[in-house]
Design a binder for this molecule. Sequence first.
Ligand code: ATP
Length: 397
Amino acid sequence: MTDTLLRFAGVSHSFGSVLAVDEVSLAIRRGEVFSLLGPSGCGKTTLLRICAGFQRPDRGRIILDGADLTDLPPEKRQVNTVFQNYALFPHLNVFDNIAFGLRIARRPEAEVRREVGRMLELTDMGEHAGKRVEAISGGQKQRVAIARALINRPLVLLLDEPLAALDLKLRQRMLVELDSIHDEVGITFLYVTHDQGEAMSISDTIAVMNRGRVEQIGSPAEIYEAPQSSFVAAFIGDTNFFDGAVREADGDYCRVAIEGFADVLLFNDKKVRPGGAVHLSLRPEKLLILQEPPPAGEERRNTVRGIVEEVVYLGAATKYWVRVGEYRLAVYRQHRRFLLDEKPIKWGDSVWLNWHADDGYMLERYSEADEELLSLPDTGFEAEAGSPPGPAPEEGK
Ligand code: ATP
């Protein structure tokens, strides 16, 4: 790709017997926000440190703007890092922290003042310029760290979990600010996070990492709507998994037998033949939860009957757990006019779930090691496989 600014070519690194980064190749475009996203220990920080020059890879090359950086020391690379813990100089005030890089480079004082002024304005820190760094808040410290890194005009700004130390509200605000700083300076951002919401909101491109490898690279929508593995489907957002076997295959669609369901119609993008096994992912918001049977009509929709086992009110939406045979399905219903045009759905209610055949996604089944990694509080699907069957609902329409 001609527009590539930063390239990781076959990069691997081990710490003793731990293979932290395994044959990673990435192409990061000039000006984009590119995120490395994955669970703790997947190798994203190691990859960032390799790019910054703090860690030499065992194998592979790092190419920045056409030049090979792999053997250069950190100070010779046109990249700067913003760390989670800010790493500011406590004995210097805000102005002097930001000015540090230019002073080390022995730039004329007039230029230092002009550039620091520009950075103070960019990060909205002008009124705090004379304060000691202990006297400013966490969010302000992070802005100083960003200003201090940007003042050197790096080609790439490396951000290592930059918002992790902030509380939720501040994190959301800083994310918007980071986005507008990025729009203003136009510098390429390489952003490391384990927080999928953060990565989805700020990134042009996301690389999802798992155990040292890149599982998928794509835009936030591609990663969410078209996951290429069960790991990605479960790590990014919430999903329901099913196992079944194709009963009939006809053109683009197939009918899949799933325990406890009437045959499910599914888009057959993998062209699985009758008898073939299918592992299916279905996002909770794609399921419509209804208190009456849906009107007959659109032939490509699936309907199944279940019993509500749990209701979790989340504010903007309610999450329901619905028992269908041996499965517990997560379903989201967004509120529009709560209690005005929505009859509440309660624990124990009998409901119909309805979804379009195109919204189920065929994937490879996740490995046992992935299953363990994915037992994270946000994935919400871990109960399915082994959960005891509840009351047997009637199947089908
Ligand atoms: P986190 O979000 O928890 O920081 P990460 O995805 O950034 O995780 P890394 O910090 O890159 O992951 O670590 C990848 C693997 O390498 C982990 O198994 C980790 O324990 C190991 N590792 C990282 N740094 C070192 C080190 N200096 N010495 C030994 N092992 C290390």
